[in-house]
Design a protein around this ligand. Structure first.
Ligand code: SAH
Length: 236
């Protein structure tokens, strides 16, 4: 087979510092702001006209899992992690060619010292993800209202009420001041989707503390009775 060589056109800067906890599709966590910084090979000419589109498609490399290869069947989180479907029937990161595809909102475009920065909302991409291509989202062809969604017809439910300890609230306010972002909304949206899918509906309440990295801090939480998640702390 021929090998093809592609160069990234730029890299994403996002709040997600590790794979665990990233929403499983774009658009679910609208409070997640990220930037796509284009390589300096690309001038303003390359994006002329793009500002007229509210959404864009990104093709990117699953760079963090790329070396782990792929399998012909995968267990989508949507099916509770215990039923298999074919890799091509899934949006798994473990694919023969580790290429991802996400439609994201284009908030605005900034040109800073001739560097082009696309400000994006609702990305499901890890920090430092290499991007291969951008295409405008064309509603007349890309939005298909009567399309059939296989085993993933509905938008994932938000199963959890997210609460914060006083300490966590205080730390979130400090992070908001430092980062200029709405951290409480971001954390609430991420955790409401439950990052640990395979336990869905049968989560045992234990003392176990879960964690993920966002921006420059570690977020920790616990599952409580009545579908509640308690954010314990965010520590730098
Ligand atoms: N919308 C894309 C991605 C779906 S998989 C597509 O359909 O192709 C979404 C998962 O990709 C996220 O939960 C995150 O864990 C993972 N992910 C995001 N960026 C990644 C990267 N650079 N390397 C490896 N995995 C990544």
């Amino acid at each position: 087979m021929n090998s093809l060589n592609f160069q990234p056109i730029g890299y994403v800067t996002s709040c997600y510092q590790e794979k665990f906890g990233i929403p499983r599709q774009p658009g679910l966590v609208t409070a997640a702001k990220s930037q796509l910084i284009l390589d300096d090979d690309f001038s303003e000419e390359c994006i002329r006209g793009l500002e007229g589109f509210s959404h864009i498609w990104l093709q990117f490399i699953f760079h963090q899992t790329q070396k782990q290869g792929w399998k012909s069947m995968v267990r989508p989180p949507r099916l509770g992690g215990n039923k298999k479907v074919g890799v091509f029937a899934s949006r798994s990161t473990f694919r023969p060619n580790p290429i991802g595809l996400s439609v994201v909102a284009l908030s605005h475009i900034e040109v800073k010292n001739s560097l082009i920065i696309l400000h994006l909302l609702g990305c499901d991409l890890l920090n430092k993800t290499p991007v291969l291509d951008i295409k405008p989202y064309l509603p007349y062809v890309d939005a298909i209202p009567d399309a059939v969604g296989g085993f993933a017809t509905e938008k994932p439910e938000t199963l959890f009420d997210v609460t914060f300890t006083d300490l966590a609230k205080k730390q979130c306010r400090q992070a908001e001041a430092r980062l200029g972002e709405d951290i409480i909304t971001l954390i609430t949206q991420i955790l409401a989707l439950d990052p640990s899918p395979s336990y869905r509906n049968k989560r045992e309440i234990t003392d176990r503390i879960y964690g993920m990295k966002l921006y420059d801090f570690d977020l920790s939480w616990q599952y409580c009775e009545n579908n509640k998640i308690k954010v314990l702390a965010i520590n730098s």
